[in-house]
Design a binder for this molecule. Structure first.
Ligand SMILES: Cc1cc2nc3c(=O)[nH]c(=O)nc-3n(C[C@H](O)[C@H](O)[C@H](O)COP(=O)(O)OP(=O)(O)OC[C@H]3O[C@@H](n4cnc5c(N)ncnc54)[C@H](O)[C@@H]3O)c2cc1C
Length: 312
């Protein structure tokens, strides 16, 4: 069986959850997962992998795309061409993938969210899932692909009992670019990732003047207020309240989304919530595809009705 060369997504010695999407994607492609890992102690389950390849690079060197092109070159010398080099559609994956594709002059498909094994078509969505791009790779050399977080992890399988550990060393390290350090996030007053009940408001809220009434609703329901990106971009709520790919990933028991359309950058941050309730005046809003319960209507009217009931 051919293999998929997985570039692990790692940060500060943490093996990120989104790596499970790489594994699920390998299952769909029908290839064995060989994973590249930097030096360090990463908590991983070996039964997910056919081969675990330790690369003689520290994490910050490993995340450097110029080094990764050489790492992939070394892996190919050792194991032959993979079926594909597979990365997360994360900030590091999105940076490394085009360098690797350019270095080997092979095709690249980014941000794949679905795959049909029969037709061998890769799908990528645009404009908040309103348009779906279809991609096919011609047989021949390998290709590079990044996969969207949350799209494939359900297909990840623990099926390898005979994992092989190997080490490869990379002589060619780049001097052209160096890692300066991680920048700590500012200390947060509220941690939305810990809340059981989130009321999340989107652009549909309309104006900053409406926010206090939602804060009151959240307090009456013992919920925490979060938001989509337009709301934090306008500074109606602080950035620490933002849910999504460039905000926080949350998994509350209840996620009440009000006036949020359901762009994939938002969905990726909340799709694993136990119960999603969406309120939107547009019955065609994509958020309804992900919601367990949906209310088509005006968010402000619902807010005011709930406040009235809760205040007795
Ligand atoms: C690199 C990148 C990273 C991003 N990261 C994030 C991220 O982390 N988080 C994030 O959220 N977005 C992120 N985005 C932005 C994302 O693409 C969307 O633009 C954003 O999620 C849209 O927010 P929204 O749903 O609040 O607004 P809109 O898409 O404008 O939707 C507003 C919704 O409110 C509804 N509405 C209006 N008035 C009412 C009313 N009175 N009652 C009920 N419903 C009403 C409308 O029907 C509409 O569906 C990112 C974009 C990029 C390019």
């Amino acid at each position: 069986m051919s293999y998929g060369l997985l570039v692990a997504d790692v940060r500060r010695n943490v093996f990120e959850e989104r790596n499970f999407d790489l594994l699920g994607f390998c299952s769909l492609l029908g290839v064995d997962p060989y994973i590249l890992l930097p030096e360090g102690d990463y908590a991983i389950n070996p039964s997910h992998f056919k081969k675990i390849i330790k690369v003689g690079l520290q994490e910050e060197e490993f995340l450097n795309p110029l080094n990764m092109a050489h790492v992939v070159e070394r892996a190919i010398q050792e194991f032959g061409n993979p079926y594909a080099v597979i990365l997360s559609s994360s900030s590091s994956g999105m940076e490394i993938a085009p360098y690797v594709a350019g270095y080997f002059k092979v095709p690249i498909i980014t941000d794949v969210s679905n795959y049909d094994g029969e037709s061998k078509i890769f799908y990528k969505s645009y404009y908040s899932d309103k348009v779906l791009g279809h991609f096919k790779v011609e047989d021949g050399n390998f290709f590079v692909v990044t996969v969207r977080s949350g799209s494939f992890k359900a297909q990840a399988k623990e099926k390898y009992g005979d994992v092989e550990y190997v080490t490869i060393n990379v002589e060619k390290k780049t001097e052209k670019r160096s890692f300066l350090g991680y920048i700590e996030e500012e200390r947060q007053e509220v941690d939305i990732t810990k809340a059981d009940f989130l009321i999340s408001i989107g652009r549909g809220v309309g104006s900053k003047d409406e926010i206090p009434a939602y804060e009151e609703l959240a307090s009456l329901l013992k919920a925490t207020l979060s938001a989509s990106r337009p709301v934090t971009d306008k500074q109606w709520l602080p950035k620490e309240r933002q849910v999504g790919t460039s905000g926080k990933t949350v998994k509350p028991k209840v996620y009440l989304a009000m006036g949020i359309s359901g762009a994939f950058q938002h969905i990726a941050g909340m799709r694993d919530s136990e119960c999603i309730i969406a309120v939107n005046k547009d019955p065609e809003a994509p958020i309804f595809q992900y919601a367990h319960y949906g209310i088509v209507g005006d968010m402000h009217k619902l807010r005011d009705k709930l406040r009235e009931i809760l205040k007795g």
